[in-house]
Structures are given as structure tokens and as C-alpha cells.
Ligand binder design. Structure first.
Ligand SMILES: Cc1cc2nc3c(=O)[nH]c(=O)nc-3n(C[C@H](O)[C@H](O)[C@H](O)COP(=O)(O)OP(=O)(O)OC[C@H]3O[C@@H](n4cnc5c(N)ncnc54)[C@H](O)[C@@H]3O)c2cc1C
Length: 312
């Protein structure tokens, strides 16, 4: 099948090539299904490319970082038969006819559609957040820690990722302000205890970020305090870690989503839309992990393979 055809046909079309989509491709080949994986990025791997710390909690592996994980996962796929479509954004699905429409106008037809679109970082949506991205606002405390060296930094958020970033930056920056809108952190105890003990981290609770500002580079963050009043903190670096949101827009109005926008699935990873499955983080707010991503992929593909066999 030439993928340049306007309409290409498969047993399974998998939207998203993170760990869930990669595992779905592997299981499709394992079970003799003809599959296609679409990803809007220039490479598969999804969030693996955002992980700069070791991954020590995926059974049988001890990975230096997400890139190392991506390399190993890719090796598992190197001899597998499936079609890859990189740099292709899926813009809509037509459940009635089993079609996925791409941003370049092509359509992919399949007997089953698997949505593995993961999550994206939540943003504050305040002035300066986009303008100072890369000009003081760092993508990752772990990757960009040297940029905060000898500077004052702010980390925004109260979960594991925020506290972990604050602790990493505190090893390099002169001072780290940890700004959180709540009155307590939701992060695990190991991080909250370490933050309390760290003399370079100043915790600012009950505070909402209103603006990041500066002339050409980041110079300050303005915060509003729940007790009333506001404050301007001079900083040169910042990291925002206020959680993630599911990339479930493709199924909005088509399948059931929960209040936070995650796709509701049953134990076979079926959504409420006929022939449409959802796997990985986009359908798993409780356990957004590589294990769940790969495990849910095998559940969905086994279920699809069973249905395909019945109709043949
Ligand atoms: C900093 C960090 C540390 C982590 N540490 C661990 C850890 O130690 N252990 C662990 O188990 N997990 C960890 N995770 C979580 C783990 O990375 C995720 O659970 C996993 O990547 C989820 O895989 P996924 O395939 O469901 O989604 P993702 O990895 O988010 O992949 C989704 C893919 O879908 C693509 N996509 C989205 N929308 C479209 C569209 N419309 N059309 C085409 N393509 C689309 C995206 O480009 C992306 O490639 C960590 C995550 C982060 C960010």
C-alpha cells in the first residue's frame, strides 16, 4: 500500500507514537495486524524526549534517561512490520466509516482506531509566559540547570515535578522561589522534606502568578497573594510545572471523557465510540506511566485482533 494514496487502509490506525503507540505497533505485528502509527512530531517517543533523569521504575530496565528509553524501545520495533507516518497531525476522526483525517488532507482508513495521544504540559496562560520562553523560562530544570547557575530562579507548582525541579535548580541557582497557589504541596514526602531542609529554597504558598516580565530577558515574576496584595520577585530563570492535560480533543463530542478531559475506557481499552480504543496517558489519569502505556496497548490490540479474526 502506498502511503501517498489519498486513502490508505489498515487493520489498525494508531494515533500517537509515544510508548503506548510504539507498544501498540509491536503488538499489532505480533498478532498479524496491518498497522499504521501517526505522530505529529518528527520522531516517535512522545514524553520520553522530556525525561532527563534516570528511569528506574520500568521492570527489567535501568535507563539513563528518556532518550535511552526511546533508543531501546525503537530497537524492539526495528524488525517489526508497521507503517510509520511522522510529522502528520491527526485532525479528526470519522467513527462511522473508520477514517482518520490528517492535516495535509490525507485520510487513513482502518477497521479500528487507537488513540494514544498522551498529554501536554499545562500552562499558566499569563502574560510573558510565551514571550520569555527560552529567555529565562526554562523547558526543564534538569536539562537547563546550568542556565540558572548563580541566578535567582522561580519554580511554579506544587506537585512532584515542581519540587523535583526546585531541588535540582537549588544545586545551581543562588536562590529558588517555589511558588504554589495552594496552602500545601501535593508532592511526595521525600520531595517536601528535602525542600524544607534546603536553605536555598524559599516557599511561597497561596500565591498565583500574574505575569512574567523583563526587557529582553526575564527579570521578574509578579504574584498575587491569597491574603490580598501582590509582590514582584526579581528572578532571571523560571520553570513552570503545574501538571498536564490530556490530548483528547480528537474524541471530544465523539466519545465519553471524564471531567478533566481524559478518555473513559473499559478494561479492553474500548471507548464509548464503536471501533475506537484509547491507551496510555490520555486514558489513564491514575497511573500515567510507561508500564500502563505499554500494558494498555497490549490489551487494546489483543481485543482488536480478536474482533478481526471473528470477522474473517
Ligand atoms: C519528566 C517526566 C518524567 C517521567 N518519568 C517517568 C518514570 O520514571 N517512569 C514512568 O513509567 N513514566 C514516567 N513518565 C511518564 C511517561 O513518560 C508517560 O507515562 C508515557 O510517555 C505515556 O506514553 P503515551 O504514549 O501514552 O503518551 P506520550 O508519551 O505523551 O505520547 C503521545 C504522542 O502522541 C502524539 N500526538 C498527540 N496528538 C497527536 C495528534 N493529534 N496527531 C498525531 N500525533 C499526536 C505526540 O506527538 C506524542 O508523540 C515521565 C514523564 C515525564 C514528562
Amino acid at each position: 500500500m502506498d502511503i501517498d494514496d489519498k486513502l490508505s487502509q489498515f487493520d489498525v490506525v494508531i494515533i500517537g507514537g509515544g510508548p503506548a503507540g510504539m507498544a501498540a505497533a509491536l503488538w499489532s505485528d505480533e498478532l498479524g495486524l496491518n498497522s499504521c502509527v501517526i505522530d505529529s512530531a518528527s520522531n516517535f517517543g512522545g514524553q520520553l524526549h522530556w525525561i532527563y533523569n534516570p528511569i528506574t521504575n520500568y521492570l527489567g530496565t535501568n535507563l539513563e534517561n528518556g532518550e535511552a528509553g526511546f533508543r531501546d524501545f525503537s530497537k524492539s520495533l526495528s524488525r517489526r512490520n508497521f507503517t510509520q507516518m511522522l510529522g502528520c497531525l491527526a485532525t479528526s476522526v470519522d467513527v462511522a466509516i473508520g477514517n482518520v483525517l490528517l492535516d495535509d488532507g490525507r485520510e487513513i482508513h482502518a477497521r479500528a482506531i487507537v488513540v494514544a495521544t498522551g498529554v501536554r504540559r499545562r500552562t499558566l496562560g499569563v502574560p510573558g509566559e510565551v514571550e520569555f520562553n527560552g529567555k529565562g523560562i526554562l523547558d526543564s530544570g534538569s536539562r537547563d540547570k546550568s542556565e540558572a547557575s548563580g541566578r535567582r530562579a522561580a519554580v511554579v507548582g506544587g506537585g512532584d515535578a515542581a519540587l523535583e525541579n526546585a531541588l535540582i535548580l537549588a544545586d545551581h541557582a543562588d536562590k529558588v522561589y517555589l511558588v504554589h497557589r495552594g496552602d500545601r504541596f501535593s508532592a511526595r514526602e521525600k520531595f517536601t522534606k528535602a525542600v524544607k531542609r534546603n536553605g536555598r529554597i524559599e516557599v511561597v504558598l497561596n500565591a498565583r502568578v500574574r505575569e512574567f516580565g523583563g526587557s529582553s530577558d526575564l527579570e521578574f515574576v509578579d504574584i498575587e497573594l491569597a491574603s490580598g496584595g501582590s509582590s514582584r520577585i526579581a528572578i532571571e530563570s523560571a520553570v513552570v510545572r503545574i501538571g498536564v492535560q490530556p490530548n483528547s480533543g480528537l474524541l471530544r463530542g465523539i466519545a465519553d471523557l471524564d471531567a478533566a478531559g481524559y478518555i473513559n475506557v473499559d478494561r479492553e481499552c474500548r471507548t464509548s465510540a464503536q471501533g475506537v480504543f484509547a491507551i496510555g496517558d490520555v486514558a489513564n489519569p491514575v497511573s500515567p506511566t510507561i508500564s500502563t502505556a505499554t500494558g494498555s496497548a497490549s490489551s487494546a490490540i489483543k481485543c482488536i485482533a480478536g474482533s478481526v479474526r471473528k470477522t474473517e
